[in-house]
Write a protein that binds this ligand. Structure first.
Ligand SMILES: CC(C)(COP(=O)(O)OP(=O)(O)OC[C@H]1O[C@@H](n2cnc3c(N)ncnc32)[C@H](O)[C@@H]1OP(=O)(O)O)[C@@H](O)C(=O)NCCC(=O)NCCS
Length: 384
């Protein structure tokens, strides 16, 4: 291509990288499907285990398939002592997402045959990662709070066990449903930044762990998976519900971004955010904790104001990260664990995309447009 005809797609906006049967996002109309199933249906009727199976295997499981898959996840929940030692070493010094990344980096040392790159071996790795990441995240949370680590409970569901291991309390029916809903809604979302970096790493034929580490690292930033922590921090900074409008108006006047709003693909209400928002409104009527009540009211007032200011005019609607914080707080999940919880759920989306991409792998190797000088005269160091 002649240099003058180059078009730079900043942020790869509008560029398609692969065919997929995993996820369809209709950003104009605010719709989302996993493997053809509307997200609203999965959120209402499914479980995280079932959704994970759907994403990894391509179809909804039969009862027998689900039972086998669930048992497999349960049997893989525990993590080696060496992983706990990493957490113990780093818990005072690193963000939980960085500790999670480090732990996943160490997991290949417990993989009995890293040379086996067959589809079956890779699927096995994905299942192990899916089972172990919530345990690692819960352990990080326990260490951060200076509390003893708890062993997984085989009688609890995938997501309820995570909450139990983190808080030390078996969640009631409502909290179990809510955490499962959050896991389902975070499980997959097309070729977003972290999935893309998983694919970039995988496209070199690096292993599953390396690709997932890339995904976890990419998720961390506030423009992506770090947005829910940042959004909650903003709500905490607002403090009192009556401060909401002034705070947001000042922030917008200062050209600041309101975390948890806006999306590269959705120019309508993020359907996941809509599900969580409806949940949040009903939760608001039930909660008796004044701290949670305040956060929920701030979130609801901020959503209303943003709708007037930006949503309808600029297509900047709330995304799932905006409403996650108050609900996670109600479930006693500390804000610095929000992104690792996201990662623990998204690992099925990352690995499912990776396996799909590997079926037709091509190394990612885009170009950059050189705008510097050429053929400069080299000046020896003592003459510069
Ligand atoms: C997600 C995000 C990076 C996508 O942005 P993008 O597609 O790159 O869009 P741009 O950054 O080009 O923004 C387009 C315009 O909307 C504005 N905008 C986008 N998100 C905004 C937000 N959260 N608050 C205020 N203004 C916002 C930009 O300032 C820009 O305005 P301008 O045209 O006047 O310069 C962006 O919306 C954002 O930073 N959101 C906050 C972080 C977040 O919630 N991330 C989680 C995503 S799931």
């Amino acid at each position: 291509m002649a240099e003058e005809n180059i078009t730079i797609s900043k942020g790869l906006e509008g560029i398609y990288i692969a065919d997929t049967t995993l996820c369809k996002i209709d950003g104009q109309n605010g719709k989302l499907w996993y493997r053809g199933y509307p997200i609203e249906t999965l959120a209402e009727k499914s479980t995280y285990e079932e959704v994970a199976f759907l994403l990894l295997y391509g179809h909804l499981p039969t009862r027998k398939e689900l039972d086998t898959f669930t048992q497999k996840l349960i049997s893989e929940r525990e993590v080696p002592d060496a992983i706990e030692n990493i957490i113990a070493d780093f818990s005072g010094r690193m963000h939980p997402n960085d500790i999670l990344r480090t732990c996943v980096s160490a997991l290949p040392s417990f993989d009995t045959d890293m040379a086996d790159k067959s589809s079956d071996a890779n699927l096995e790795r994905a299942i192990k990662l899916t089972a172990k990441m919530p345990t690692i995240v819960a352990m990080i949370g326990r260490y951060k709070q200076g509390k003893p680590v708890l062993q997984p409970s085989a009688k609890l569901s995938h997501s309820a066990n995570f909450l139990y291991m983190l808080t030390g309390k078996e969640p009631d029916k409502e909290s179990s449903k809510l955490i499962d809903l959050m896991f389902i809604l975070h499980a997959e979302h097309g070729s977003n930044a972290s999935t893309f970096s998983t694919l970039v790493t995988g496209s070199t034929l690096a292993d599953v762990y390396a690709a997932v580490v890339a995904g976890i690292s990419t998720l961390r930033g506030p423009l992506h998976g770090g947005a829910d922590e940042a959004a909650l921090n903003m709500m905490k900074a607002i403090g009192e519900p009556d401060n909401t409008e002034t705070y947001i108006e000042d922030a917008l006047a200062g050209k600041q971004r309101i975390m948890g709003f806006g999306h590269r693909v959705y120019k309508a209400y993020d359907p996941r955010a809509k599900i969580v928002y409806n949940y949040l409104k009903s939760f608001m009527q039930k909660t008796t904790d004044p701290k949670i009540e305040k956060l929920l009211e701030i979130a609801i007032r901020a959503e209303k104001l943003m709708e007037e200011k930006l949503s309808k005019t600029k297509g900047i609607w709330p995304n799932i990260d905006f409403f996650a914080g108050p609900l996670y707080t109600a479930m006693e999940i500390p804000s610095d664990l929000f992104t690792p919880v996201f990662a623990a759920s998204r690992v099925v989306g990352w690995t499912a995309h990776l396996f799909e991409y590997w079926q037709n792998n091509r190394l990612f190797r885009p170009l950059d447009h050189y705008v510097g000088q050429l053929d400069l005269k080299y000046v020896p160091i003592d003459q510069r």
